[in-house]
Design a protein around this ligand. Structure first.
Ligand SMILES: NC(=O)c1ccc[n+]([C@@H]2O[C@H](COP(=O)([O-])OP(=O)(O)OC[C@H]3O[C@@H](n4cnc5c(N)ncnc54)[C@H](O)[C@@H]3O)[C@@H](O)[C@H]2O)c1
Length: 396
């Protein structure tokens, strides 16, 4: 694939490191940046043939197969407009829009133009996430009941994130988009998100948006998604997921305390990991950040999907659903009520797919619980199927 990179900032560099690593054949061939100087610096660093301060020129370069949007949130839509006009495939960083209306317009544009629209939700491509999802799909943890995802760090690195108009909000839109899509994958993308209850506050920073929030997302099958986000967390970037199912549990720690710990008196001054706050003392470095954050698997899926003329695992439609859930979260934080997720375009299961299959002990009783006691006895808690009476039975 020949890629036009829009933006030359933090995530553009992360993407470039992943795309040009490990002898991959996909290549960024041009970069657009507002400042020609930044575009040139980026082009020099990654040995690109072309750079420009014109977004239109970058997108319309004849050899470009796919445009990668790595611009601040308020510029995603205008970039998609240009890609649709030029009929160039587009992949866009998260969040897709600042709200569901904006995301829906982007979705409609790519569908009407007949171009590919991939949503760069990298945390749904980390090796640990992919393995967890595979296990869940195989039934290893049974029916998913609760999927919690947490992303917290000390706050983002550029001015525009802190400006609500440009970013669309605070920690909820910036980090909650990851958490919501992680939980949604674990619960099942075909399961409709119904309503959201969210607490949000600005606890530390002098900004209009929230720097800390916790939310619950109720799904049509009875499962609950939970997101925990903060721009006020100290100690690095905490990325953790917990999934609870009827037959098992998954705990994933993606970034801190993953088994790689290092102590240094600070003699070197090397980079440790994204949002690591210190580089001496006990540290939690990350071996291959790109891989741990999912970028290589994400780009492989995106480009293979384009070649195979299929949808990627994460699409503009997914980005739109995430935005709709986050809109409800923002509303709930204001009203302090459960707020409905408004999805004018829902493509999953319509029915309430919640079905509770209770385990039978025998024809008469359901099995509530079985436990081995310290003395070796087995204790059973049973419920009569008709009378509802709960009894216990001990076998020695
Ligand atoms: N894990 C992830 O997927 C991840 C991580 C970080 C950022 N992001 C997303 O990437 C996007 C960019 O974030 P970033 O961290 O790279 O930000 P950044 O500030 O580091 O870089 C933004 C780039 O856009 C340019 N830019 C800023 N304002 C502009 C304007 N008005 N017109 C044209 N160009 C402008 C900047 O010069 C810079 O090149 C955001 O949507 C953000 O949410 C995703």
């Amino acid at each position: 694939m020949k890629i036009a990179m829009l933006g030359s900032g933090f995530i553009a560099r992360f993407y470039a490191e992943s795309l040009h690593a490990q002898r991959r054949t996909d290549r960024i061939i041009t970069v657009y940046s507002r400042s020609l100087e930044n575009a040139k610096r980026f082009a020099d660093d990654y040995k690109l043939q072309h750079h420009t301060d014109s977004m239109t020129q970058a997108i319309n370069l004849a050899e470009v197969d796919v445009v990668l949007i790595a611009l601040p949130n308020h510029l995603h839509e205008s970039a998609v407009v240009e890609c649709a006009k030029a009929k160039k495939h587009v992949i866009c960083t998260k969040p897709l829009g600042r709200n569901a209306k904006e995301a829906k317009r982007m979705l409609d544009m790519v569908e009407e133009a007949g171009i590919f629209g991939g949503y760069l939700e990298d945390l749904c491509y980390t090796p640990k996430f992919l393995k967890s999802l595979e296990n869940i799909k195989q039934g290893s943890i049974g029916r998913v009941l609760w999927a919690k995802s947490r992303e917290t760090h000390p706050g983002p690195h550029s001015d525009w994130f802190w400006d609500k108009e440009k970013s669309g909000g605070g920690a909820i839109i910036d980090l909650g988009c990851h958490c919501v899509e992680i939980s949604r994958n674990f619960i099942g993308k075909n399961v409709k998100p119904l309503e959201v209850m969210c607490w949000a506050d600005t606890q530390v920073h002098p900004i209009d948006a929230e720097d800390h929030a916790i939310g619950l997302v109720k799904y049509a099958n009875g499962a609950i998604g939970q997101f925990e986000v903060s721009w006020a967390f100290r100690g690095g970037m905490d990325l953790r997921d917990e999934v609870m199912g009827t037959e098992g549990t998954i705990w994933v720690n993606s970034f801190l305390r993953t088994g790689f710990e290092m102590f240094t008196t600070g003699k070197g001054d090397g980079y440790v990991a994204e949002k690591a706050e210190v580089n001496k003392g006990w540290l939690f470095p990350v071996g291959d950040e790109s891989h741990e954050l999912g970028y290589p698997h994400m780009f492989t899926d995106m480009f293979t999907a384009i070649e195979e003329n299929r949808e990627a695992q994460e699409t503009f439609y997914d980005g739109y659903v995430v935005n709709a859930i986050l809109d409800a979260a923002y509303k709930s934080a204001e009203t302090k009520l459960w707020e409905p997720v408004i999805l004018e375009d829902w493509r999953g299961d319509d029915v309430d797919s919640s079905k509770k299959d209770f385990a039978s002990y025998d024809d008469e009783y359901y099995l509530i619980k079985e436990e081995i006691l310290p003395n070796g006895d087995i204790k059973l808690i049973l419920k009569h199927k008709i009378s509802g009476e709960v009894i216990q039975k001990t076998t020695t």
